[in-house]
Design a protein around this ligand. Structure first.
Ligand SMILES: Cc1cc2nc3c(=O)[nH]c(=O)nc-3n(C[C@H](O)[C@H](O)[C@H](O)COP(=O)(O)OP(=O)(O)OC[C@H]3O[C@@H](n4cnc5c(N)ncnc54)[C@H](O)[C@@H]3O)c2cc1C
Length: 380
């Protein structure tokens, strides 16, 4: 496979904080190109590769930034202000880059670790199957040993960056027993024989982001995490992705709120700015409270990741922040009246993408299951 060499569109500057850098990437690259990427439609893999934000959780000695979760919150909020869908794809890539550089050994680590950290290879994560998303362990994709490596057969669904990514972290069973004890995580080269992709799904928004089924027909694979701990490793990766999504949702809601406030300060009805009509100001005040609550939950999750409290704190943040972004962006659209429906402002797009944020990496109901279990166990 021919990997990307970095083009000169944008370069990471070590003298800026990661969050300031993400803001500059959004302002100079994302905001100026998003419409073009969507119209073509084309995933901006060169821009992502050159962003310097592709090894966020990879240790510096392996070529990453080695960010703390507190630092990552700020980065993902900035990326969310640019575009939630692009930020989501970068979250998926970063989860795979961290998994391969953290758990990979031998050929897998050598071949894929450095290019994933640098962004020269793109990664994505494949757990969901056509018949099962929430109930993820009801999966039919099977791994069978083949000498020192493995072969995978089955069909994965909702593969974000399907056909565009180079490296696929695929979760599959290695036997037929019910449950998750035989679940392992594999690494699959997207260009290997036996790997194919459907046409991208037709979606409500973000045409530039390909999402496909992936068909594995006796495809060569390397084991990344063995059975016994494979499902736990997948859930740990998903937990970090849920945390990213909550932070991205904060950025999206902040963008919608800023747009609505700026509009309401200028637009007049009945002789005064919209912002001076108390009915509207109070609506926006509630959005601001939801944004503050979302940010507090995400920052609490950042503190708790890695401890026993981590999964529940992440569930609170993932349950609340995307819902708040969806509800709040609809309110912000209301403030713009008819203009809220136009693509001239970012709010219509934010509403569509916020709906997606409520589903990806586990719906609000799944988060309630996690929170509910903690209530029952008395560990909240
Ligand atoms: C834009 C997008 C990108 C995605 N990218 C990826 C990706 O890259 N990789 C990947 O592996 N997956 C990906 N997914 C899949 C995503 O993780 C699943 O869609 C999600 O987990 C929900 O699964 P489902 O759609 O099959 O819903 P189902 O599991 O069929 O559930 C349907 C509804 O029922 C609810 N529900 C289910 N069980 C219960 C219960 N016991 N109690 C109460 N309510 C319940 C669910 O919350 C949901 O609202 C993506 C999804 C989207 C929308």
């Amino acid at each position: 496979m021919e990997l990307l060499t970095r083009p000169s569109v944008f370069h990471y500057r070590g003298d800026m904080s990661p969050a300031a850098h993400a803001r500059e990437f959004v302002e100079t690259v994302v905001q100026t190109s998003l419409e073009k990427w969507d119209a073509e439609p084309r995933y901006p893999r060169e821009a992502v590769a050159a962003s310097g934000l592709t090894g966020l959780f990879v240790a510096p000695e392996r070529g990453g930034l080695g960010l703390s979760y507190a630092e990552a919150v700020e980065v993902f909020e900035e990326l969310g202000r640019g575009d939630g869908s692009l930020a989501f794809s970068m979250s998926m890539h970063n989860a795979v880059a961290a998994a391969v550089n953290g758990a990979g050994t031998g050929e897998v680590l050598e071949r894929w670790g450095p290019p994933l950290a640098s962004g020269n290879a793109l990664g994505c994560f494949s757990l969901t199957e056509p018949q099962s998303g929430t109930d993820a362990t009801t999966m039919f994709t099977r791994g069978t040993p083949d000498g020192d490596s493995w072969r995978l057969s089955g069909r994965k669904a909702w593969v974000t960056l399907g056909g565009v990514a180079d490296v696929y972290a695929v979760v599959a069973k290695t036997g037929d027993a019910p449950g998750h004890k035989d679940v392992a995580m594999f690494v699959v080269d997207g260009s290997a024989p036996g790997v194919s992709f459907t046409e991208p799904y037709r979606k409500a928004a973000s045409d530039f982001l390909p999402i496909t089924d992936m068909i594995l027909d006796d495809a060569p694979a390397h084991m990344l995490v063995p059975p016994g701990v494979g499902m736990r490793a997948a859930l740990a990766a998903i937990d970090v992705a849920r945390f990213d999504i909550a932070a991205i949702s904060c950025g999206m809601l902040a963008d919608a709120l800023d747009t609505a406030v700026a509009y309401a300060a200028k637009r007049e009805t009945f002789g005064k700015p919209l912002l001076h009509h108390q009915g509207l100001t109070w609506m926006l005040a509630d959005v601001a409270t939801d944004l503050a609550a979302s940010r507090a939950l995400v920052r609490k999750a950042a503190q708790d990741i890695g401890s026993d409290a981590g999964p529940v704190s992440i569930a609170h943040a993932k349950r609340f922040a995307p819902d708040a972004a969806l509800r709040g962006s609809i309110v912000c659209s209301e403030v713009l009246g008819a203009y809220g429906w136009l693509l001239d402002h970012p709010i219509a797009r934010i509403i569509a993408v916020a709906k997606m944020m409520t589903v990806v990496d586990g719906t609000a109901e799944v988060q309630r299951m996690v929170i509910g279990r903690s209530l029952e166990a008395g560990t909240r």
